[in-house]
Design a protein around this ligand. Structure first.
Ligand SMILES: *Cc1c(COP(=O)(O)O)cnc(C)c1O
Length: 335
């Protein structure tokens, strides 16, 4: 293992928010049922405010906000955004004010949104769901806050900029240590690809470490080609941000968009089946927006033989289960 990645990460300002390392453990019943060696990396257990992947990104993002002397954070997402919930919580830890510009989703007053309010974040909604509308509203809010004399730190949707993606480059160091100590090699890593910071950070770390993991993203929203382009670009921007020479190449970036269902936040039956299967076989909660779709993709790849029998797969559980409460009637129907 090359030491450069660890040293590069240590140069960045960072705030301790997550309980690390998260567990990596085997799923014994599902491994038997699927005839693969299935492991799960528990980033649903990052510890901060019901956990999830955004805690890793926020360590570097809010580290930057604090180092820059900012007092207020502005970010955006859907009304059920896990990123918004964890930003609201992390701002309490960092002593910062949190302002959220949310696109109204289908399930406005439960789940993550309820928790945003509990953390005292000030929420404003924008009427339509075009990402540009939220970006414009964030910019207006920034100007108002700056006129009040505040120093504002802006975090784009999902925290998917090189600073945030660095959190997932850091995760690869942690995972590589865990895999080595368990003597696991030739692994495929499955994860949900949304705003792409997680996938990009993993690809950046993979390139920097020179490991051969096959990384498979399952899109939760956009078409595969768009997601692959974003991951390639953000991964290489992250390596540049870390001042590392390695690069990600296009042929290593894989996204499958067959599990998007009805679009962002609209799961189909395969997602619900995956959620039910993990709950019933392993007592693990997935979510309808991200991890349920990613698991639906993995299950289909196993059944189609894309994942060979007895091969080793690591499922990156990125969290999201608070959103289950915003989909209560669907959960009831499926259970
Ligand atoms: C944000 C999120 C993802 C996707 O991560 P990106 O970095 O946006 O691609 C996956 N799972 C959960 C639960 C999330 O909240």
């Amino acid at each position: 293992m090359k030491p450069e990645l660890g040293a590069a990460l240590e140069r960045l300002p960072r705030l301790e928010l997550a309980q690390l390392p998260t567990p990596l453990h085997r799923l014994p019943r599902l491994s038997e049922e699927l005839d693969i060696e299935l492991w799960i990396k528990r980033d649903d257990c990052t510890g901060l405010a019901l956990g999830g992947n955004k805690a890793r990104k926020l360590e570097f993002l809010l580290g930057g906000a604090v180092a820059g002397g900012c007092d207020t954070v502005v970010t955006t997402g859907g009304s059920q955004s896990n990123h918004a919930r964890l930003t609201a919580a992390a701002c309490r830890v960092a002593g910062l004010d949190c302002r959220l510009v949310l696109d109204r989703g289908l399930h406005p007053e439960n789940g993550n949104l309820l928790l945003d309010r509990l953390f005292g974040a000030r929420v404003e909604f924008v009427a339509d769901q075009e990402p540009e509308t939220a970006v414009a509203a964030m910019e207006q809010l920034r100007q108002r806050l700056e006129q009040e004399g505040r120093k504002v730190y802006m975090i784009p949707r999902g925290g998917s900029v090189p600073t945030g993606a660095s959190g997932y480059a850091a995760m690869t160091l942690e995972l590589e240590r865990q895999l080595s100590s368990l003597d696991l090699s030739d692994v495929s890593l499955y994860l949900a690809t949304g705003s792409c910071g997680t996938h990009s950070g993993v690809m950046a770390g993979r390139a920097a470490l020179g490991v051969s993991w096959r990384v498979q993203g399952i899109s939760v929203s956009r078409p595969a080609a768009q997601q692959e382009d974003r991951v390639l670009q953000l991964s290489n921007e992250t390596l540049t941000h870390l001042d590392l020479d390695s690069a990600t190449i296009a042929s290593d970036v894989h996204v499958d968009d067959n599990f998007v269902g009805g679009g962002y936040g609209h799961p189909d039956n395969r997602t619900w089946e995956a959620i039910r299967l993990l709950a019933r076989s392993e007592g693990i909660l997935l979510d309808p927006v991200y991890s349920g779709k990613a698991m639906a993709g993995l299950l289909a790849h196993v059944r189609e033989g894309v994942v060979p029998a007895r091969s080793t797969v690591v499922f990156l559980h990125t969290g999201g289960s608070p959103a289950l409460f915003a989909y209560a009637s669907e959960v009831e129907e499926m259970a």
